[in-house]
Design a protein around this ligand. Sequence first.
Ligand code: ATP
Ligand code: MG
Length: 574
Amino acid sequence: MKMSKLYMPTLRETPSEAEIPSHQLLLRAGMIRNLVSGIYSYLPLGYRVIRKIENVVREEMDNAGSQETLMSAIQPRALWDASGRWEDFGPEMFKLKDRNSRDFCLGPTHEEYFASLIKGEIKSYKQLPLNLYQIQTKYRDEKRPRFGVIRAREFIMKDAYSFDRDKEGMEKSYKEMWKAYDRIFDRLKLRYKVVEGDSGAMGGNRSHEHMAMSEVGEGLIVYCAQCDYAATDEKAKVVYDIKKPDEDMGEMEKVYTPEVTTIDDLVDFFNIERSRFGKAVVYNASGEPIVVIVPGDRELNETKLCNYLKIPEHELEMANDEMVRNISGADAGFTGPVELKSNVRLVIDSRITNMTNLIVGGNETGYHLKNVNYGRDFNGEVVEDLLLVEEGDVCPKCGAALIMDRGIEVGNIFQLGTKYSESLGVNYLDENGKERPIVMGSYGVGISRTMSAIVEQYHDEYGIIWPLIVAPYHVIITVINYNDEEQRVLGERLYEDLRNRGLEVLLDDRKERPGVKFNDRDLIGIPIRITVGRRAAENIVEYSLRKDGKNIEIEEDQIIAKIEDEFRKEGLKI
Ligand code: ATP
Ligand code: MG
């Protein structure tokens, strides 16, 4: 492609709405454009990257025995009513009506769709296992679209669905997809960790997330310094040793604590460590008030709470002051587990039950209670673990220290079991003619998000540094002065030669100053650079790589060998 014709609207200034490098650079390099919040367009260079990512994904999915299909983005409500997710997906689902007022959604994912696709068509165990995928546009009305195409409202996903006879079959399919994902992200040169995830709205039992390591990642992960344990913060099991005070149960006592409403205030007021307090958090869970008690030095994990309550996360919100007053009779900050108003669900982290002489809110404005003990002074629903993991917690597997880090979730695999096949009636006949539900798995890769994740890991202050495998073009030839006959002739000759060898080449034939050309080439991140300048008459050019910038002079006939070498180092062939 000649750059004089290329639609590449680069920006000199960093757009103010972009907070992180990948968002800034993809906009500045003219690769993406924003339409409205969370909705993006891919321009020629950006779309070439997207297609290259798709192709790696395609190859690895095909190799793993999955077959490519393409479903509609529009899905009828009936499918989602059957699984219960028309409600459960909540405000994240884009809903619309047709001219006859029938309800539809723009698919946020396709479990129901694929399950219903094969329903009735897969009849016998002989047709299983089956694995189908698509690369398609998904829609989610995200609460907080941000970071460009990392969290968009319209995005490109590869989603795959496996269908097996039984749990063992599903586990095998799951392992194969896991391996395919490892290969995909290895080939895309991402540094990543695979962590145990929460299955959330998807249902089912096990899930793992491929997280591209990045300090701007919205995903918090913990992993063990000693063993292979790794999980998201939502999922990580908390091992927490309570420091049980060496004392007997005291007599419960009411203490006047005006203006003391936070744990920090309490620590100052009572001059005692945080862990001695029972912290009450009041929620509005699907319209019902729920009080949760956790140790005062720890945070509650809302995902674990939702899983326990069996409600989708969008139905959990903090209770407002009025709801708090209704259930405790006191202002916010004075809620506690003892003598709450009737019929309020009290949910207790199990650690609380082992603590002696807690200090808790008194359910009366201006008062706390001292020497409060589970079993004697209050009871409730005890849940083993409702806590959020913290750095320094110990590994639930081996007891070593856990390390916390940030990542961008680029892939997610789920063992779904029979949630969808049972609700949609997707069955097969086994060897004995007995009808059984098909056991499913589902597997997503965020294609557009992966593009941003690569930029997060591969950039510097001047621009993007694309790994060769996803670069929009392999080589850029910069002709310093296009009016110079010798430079122009050599530049064009090289351009033709390299393209004839199957390379993807940009020729900077623009009548711009050299500085502008160099800045653009850094910004758009083409891996291999050839500069045709003052020694063109001798057929000598400058050769450099975007990743290290080291310039060397070489003769025209050495160029191909250098490029081949670079391809080889990246595990690629021309
Ligand atoms: P997140 O936790 O980041 O909201 P998710 O767990 O809801 O993502 P999945 O349902 O697992 O997402 O979707 C599969 C993949 O699609 C994700 O791993 C991610 O790479 C990508 N993805 C999900 N939501 C978005 C989004 N809003 N914008 C871009 N990519 C997304
Ligand atoms: Mg996910």
